[in-house]
Design a protein around this ligand. Structure first.
Ligand SMILES: Cc1ncc(COP(=O)(O)O)c(C=O)c1O
Length: 542
């Protein structure tokens, strides 16, 4: 057999093996998905969703044995950047690495002094969420300034932004689109523009979310890069639409394409997976790519792709630092860098997953809606998540409830902005006066084999790492007193500067919306929760 015939045979067998063994990992709407037995089959909150295509891609790239980031990686970076509508995407080995690289890029001495983030400078972030949105700020010697989160959206209470701003010290805003719910980009961008701050969007949980705003507002906010793409009319997501009732022209674009730099995670629960993996998106300022790449790749000054030499055409003509003239550019280091690249095999898997992304995003939306409809009526016990800018979820009319593909119907605020959530999870907050607690419900769901999670670290400043940090250095971070802008929330919980984050910590959890869930699984989740609530309420009203 020739090597290529041998490879083809290996790949044929690989596909056959995967078809037989990975049935539980297929998309929930795939006819070959493993059968579901209520109470016996675990209903994961998230996980890898793939079929024989990903397994074949992984084996094929492994047989090619490029190993380090190479042709598959370069192709995936291009494909991801295209999907996002950004200048460049750089692959890294995790979402946490992406945050570290993105933030580090903004500390480079190559930036003008007033834009460079220096030790002691402040960065505004949100108290509730995942720790590695915040840790790069501390790792780079800057000071996180925490504002409160709103339990209903999971996102920042943007009315606190001005209170968090210190003239001459604040250099950036770095926050996540919580659980696939975009934060108020219009307000955050206006704030960043007003004070000339960087915006780092942690888009790790929000790939495929979109944000819509009036075109006039997009112009005011300087979103020319998105307006230009929309004008061409070729991008599947970045486009214009019209709100006929208000005679308003709107622009829609993916979250992660609005700020200066944004990040993705490709860990299995996320919208697409490479096993471990992530990406840094350079939205529009090309030099940031070189800085981010340098931090990702050992801190080197050279930007040659792996296996290539002399891309700059003057490899032996540089004189930098105190090195002798002509020192090999490949070994000149302009930053204290890391090595955070993934393998090419991971990128090969990611490329197949990118093709599935539109279907994955749609499945997450539909799964959220099926859960929301199923749990309608429990509002007396549960605060259900609302997309940012939505004011209410409207139950379906009889006609629309008969449709095969459920789509959500929300009422919206007056801003003219809208969000379309590619939900990471189905977030619920148990009311204080419900006949059960969040922890009791979580334990019951565990017993019934239904995966559930907390909104990650809850109020981060109460985590041991942050408590210790403050003990070691009382100046290490600042917390903005939520009563400075919201006297009412302080009345709600006078013990806490961050009552929203505390409520999330104590009463919020989420269930799965991932594309591997089947309708039977979701209906089972609904049934278990309804029965539990009914039993706790003494059988009344559910
Ligand atoms: C908002 C957010 N940022 C960053 C990360 C880190 O991603 P990774 O697990 O790939 O390091 C996560 C993890 O889920 C996350 O939820």
């Amino acid at each position: 057999m020739t090597p290529s015939a041998l490879k083809a045979e290996i790949l044929r067998l690989t596909r056959e093996y995967s078809r037989l063994t990975h049935t539980a990992n297929r998309p929930g709407d795939n006819a070959a998905h493993a059968a579901f037995i209520p109470g016996q089959t675990t209903v994961p909150y998230a996980g890898r969703v793939f079929n024989e295509d990903e397994v074949e891609a992984a084996v094929s790239a492994t047989l090619d044995f490029w190993l380090t980031l190479g042709p598959e990686g370069e192709a995936m970076e291009r494909e991801l950047a295209e999907f996002m509508g950004v200048k460049h995407s750089l692959l890294v080995n995790s979402g946490s690495s992406a945050n570290l690289v993105a933030f580090s890029a903004l500390t480079t001495h190559k930036l003008p002094e007033h834009k460079r983030i220096r030790p002691g400078d402040e960065v505004i972030t949100v108290a509730a969420g995942f720790p590695t949105t915040v840790s790069p700020i501390i790792q780079c010697g800057a000071v996180p300034v925490f504002i409160d989160a709103k339990p209903l959206t999971g996102n920042a209470d943007c009315s606190l932004l001005e209170a968090a701003y210190s003239p001459g010290k604040t250099k950036a805003v770095m926050m996540a689109h919580a659980l696939g719910n975009p934060f108020d980009l219009a307000v955050v961008l206006a704030f960043c523009n007003k004070h000339d701050l960087w915006l780092i969007e942690d888009n790790c949980d929000a790939l495929g979310c979109t944000y819509t705003l009036p075109v006039e507002l997009a112009r005011e906010l300087g979103l020319d890069h998105l307006l230009k793409i929309a004008e061409k009319g070729e991008h599947p997501i970045i486009r214009f639409s019209e709100l006929k009732t208000e005679n308003l022209k709107l622009l829609t674009a993916p979250t992660g394409a609005f700020g200066d730099i944004s990040t993705q995670s490709f860990y299995p629960p996320h919208h697409l997976t490479m096993g471990e993996g992530g990406a840094v998106n350079i939205v529009r300022k090309p030099p940031l790519k070189t800085y981010a790449e340098s931090f990702r790749d050992w801190g080197r000054d050279c930007w040659c792709a792996s296996g290539k030499d002399d891309t700059c055409g003057k490899r032996f003509q540089w004189q930098l630092g105190e090195l002798p003239e002509g020192y090999d550019h490949k070994y000149i280091y302009s930053h204290m860098g890391f090595n955070l690249k993934p393998l090419d095999t991971q990128a090969a898997i990611g490329r197949v997953q990118i093709k599935r992304l539109p279907a994955f995003i749609e499945a997450r939306k539909q799964n959220w809606e099926r859960l929301r409809r199923g749990l309608h009526g429990l509002e007396q016990y549960i605060d259900f998540a609302l997309p940012t800018h939505a004011t209410a979820w409207n139950p379906p009319s009889e006609e629309s409830s008969k449709l095969q593909v459920p789509s959500s119907n929300f009422s919206w605020d007056e801003s003219g902005c809208r969000t379309d959530c590619s939900w990471f999870g189905f977030k619920i907050t148990i009311k204080e006066d419900a006949p059960f607690t969040r922890t009791e419900l979580a334990a019951h769901l565990d017993e019934k084999k239904i995966g559930n999670r907390r909104l990650f670290g809850g109020n981060l400043v109460r985590q041991p790492a942050f408590v210790q940090l403050k003990r070691d250095n009382p100046e290490a971070f600042r917390v903005i007193d939520c009563s400075s802008a919201n006297p009412q929330s302080a009345i709600h919980n006078p013990q806490s500067l961050l009552p929203g984050a505390d409520r999330i910590m104590k009463q919020t959890m989420f269930l799965g919306t991932y594309p591997g869930l089947t309708p039977e699984m979701i209906d089972y989740m609904v049934q278990v929760i309804r029965e539990f609530a009914a039993a706790r309420a003494g059988g009344a009203g559910v």
